[in-house]
Structures are given as structure tokens and as C-alpha cells.
Design a protein around this ligand. Structure first.
Ligand code: R5P
Length: 300
């Protein structure tokens, strides 16, 4: 098996390869003066099973194009199989028509990934459990929930604490985590977004957090507005303290500033997306998913 990496998250590819006892194979990735990317496979991949890592996080279009080109280059060079490891799948939130006339971006992405020649996909904490069904190729859907459960236990947070889904879409996730933590209680926040601006207009909550540690669990933090709204309502309802666990650190716009200024004690995220040093902050802790990915690749 040969492992390759696009440019979006090389450390995760390297750490996962290390777990698998192999090295990341070289790829030439260059950029023409006009911004177009050029990919070249330098070693021999004839009849090889290959694995390509690429998080299609910001800038999503560039990272997708680079991935498409790497897959094409591997196929043309004779690889017998290409497994794409896409730890963060960009455009997955645009999975249906929210308003008349809109594109279903995720469907375009799925079609293109398959058409370009990917044979298998390894994905991580997809926004909806329905995403794998959109593919005709095999999809391995991994999750950080076990890592989060371990951390919650390690921190002794299973007593006098409540898991919180910051929106109705996250209930399945929160129920799964609750089950793996001996049916730890959970609460849910209902947030309403303005579809035009993305602003959260109002939120309400169900469940009792009074005097307890509230542990928000989400698939991603993008602008951070969901966490800000959830923290507000949790403290209004008497939560003693708030902690956040989210798989994908998208951290767009003012997210880092917003998160830094929160009363939230700790923000745990994973390395599915590479977080540049300038976006690190004191209460941020990054949990690596490299072992989970390596194990997934081994068994897939
Ligand atoms: C929404 O359905 C997702 O699960 C996240 O809650 C959301 O994408 C986070 O976005 P933001 O940080 O911009 O509020």
C-alpha cells in the first residue's frame, strides 16, 4: 500500500502513515503562475493499492481540485485502487435545497469524486448519516465520538454533567455519545438560523443543566456562532460551567476571537483539519484522529 497526501493536512497523513508503519510517498505538487495546480506522481504505483489524504477544508475549491488531480494522476500511472481519506468533507452542509433555486453542492461533489476514479472513501464525522448513502462506492464513516468519550471520562466529567447538542441536527450524535457513557443525561438546544445571513435569530433549550457542567458536542465549529448561542442559553439556564467538543475545527471568520472570549472552559477539537499556529488559543486542545484513521484503513 502506498500513501500520498495533498497539501491541506500533511501532518495528519504523516501521523496516520506512521501508525501504519509506512512513509508518505512523494508527489510533485506545483502551481503555475496563474494559480493552476500541476500534479505528478514520481514513484512507481503500477498495480499498487494507493491511499490519498486530503481535507477539503478552506480553501475548499482548491483542495478539491488538487485531490481530483492526484486521483487522476495515480490512476493514469497504473494504481490498481485509490482510497481517498477525506477527514473533512467540504460542502457537506449543502446537502439539500434550502431555498428554491439552490444547488445541492454535496451531490455535485459526490458525483465528481466518483467520476474522477476514487474506489473507496474514508470519511470522518459526516454532517449527516445520509451522506454515505449518496455514494455508490464503499464508504467508511469514522467518528471522533469514542475519543471524546475517553477524554470526558479522563477528565472525570461524567458526574454532575450533561451532554448538550447545540442544535436539533446533532441529537443522534449526542444520543450515541450518551450511550457510550452509561447513558449520561443530555440536553438539546434548538437554534433558528436566518437562511439569508446565517445569523442565529433565536434559540431555546430542553433538558436540565442547572448547577451542572454542560458539555457541548458538535460536528464542527465554523464561525463559532452556534457555540456562542449555545453557551449563552446554557448559562442562562444555570449551567455551572461549559466545555466544547467538536470534530472539525473549520474556524472561519471571527471564530477564534469569539471562542477565546467565551466563558467556556475548554474547546476540544481534532486534527481532521490542520489548524495553523495563529489559530491556536489557550483553551484549545487538539485530539489526534491519526490512530483511528490508521485502524480504519487497515480494516477497510
Ligand atoms: C450545523 O448544523 C452544524 O452541526 C454546526 O453546528 C454548524 O455548522 C456550526 O457552524 P457555526 O460555527 O458557523 O455556527
Amino acid at each position: 500500500m502506498k500513501i500520498f497526501s495533498g497539501s491541506s493536512n500533511k501532518p495528519l497523513a504523516q501521523n496516520s502513515a506512521l501508525e501504519l508503519g509506512v512513509e508518505v510517498s512523494p508527489l510533485q505538487i506545483s502551481v503555475f503562475p496563474d494559480g493552476e495546480r500541476r500534479i505528478r506522481v514520481v514513484g512507481n504505483v503500477v498495480d499498487e493499492k494507493t491511499v490519498v489524504f486530503q481535507s477539503t477544508s478552506t480553501p475548499p475549491d482548491q483542495n478539491y481540485m488538487e485531490l481530483f488531480f492526484i486521483v487522476d494522476a495515480l490512476k493514469r500511472s497504473g494504481a490498481s485502487e485509490v482510497t481517498a481519506v477525506i477527514p473533512y468533507l467540504g460542502y457537506e452542509r449543502q446537502d439539500h435545497v434550502f431555498r428554491d433555486g439552490e444547488v445541492v453542492s454535496l451531490e455535485v461533489i459526490v458525483k465528481t469524486l466518483e467520476r474522477v476514479g476514487i474506489d473507496k472513501l474514508v470519511a470522518f464525522d459526516l454532517h449527516s448519516i445520509k451522506v454515505p448513502e449518496l455514494f455508490t462506492i464503499p464508504v467508511l464513516h469514522l467518528s471522533a465520538l469514542d475519543l471524546f468519550a475517553r477524554k470526558i471520562k479522563e477528565l472525570g466529567l461524567t458526574e454532575n454533567a450533561v451532554l448538550v447538542s447545540p442544535d436539533m441536527g446533532g441529537i443522534r450524535r449526542i444520543k450515541m455519545l450518551s450511550e457510550s457513557l452509561d447513558n449520561m443525561p443530555f440536553a438539546t438546544v434548538e437554534k433558528n438560523r436566518d437562511l439569508e445571513t446565517g445569523d442565529i435569530s433565536d434559540s431555546s433549550m430542553e433538558g436540565n443543566v442547572k448547577g451542572k457542567a454542560a458539555i457541548i458536542v458538535d460536528d464542527m465549529i465554523s464561525t463559532g456562532r452556534t457555540i456562542v448561542a449555545a453557551e449563552k442559553i446554557l448559562f442562562e439556564n444555570g449551567a455551572k460551567k461549559v466545555l466544547v467538543f467538536a470534530t472539525h475545527a473549520v474556524f472561519s471568520g471571527q471564530a477564534v476571537k469569539l471562542l477565546q472570549n467565551l466563558k467556556t472552559e475548554k474547546v476540544f477539537v481534532t486534527d481532521t483539519i490542520l489548524i495553523p499556529k495563529e489559530k491556536h488559543f489557550d483553551k484549545l486542545e487538539i485530539i489526534s484522529v491519526s490512530k483511528t484513521i490508521a485502524q480504519g484503513i487497515r480494516d477497510f
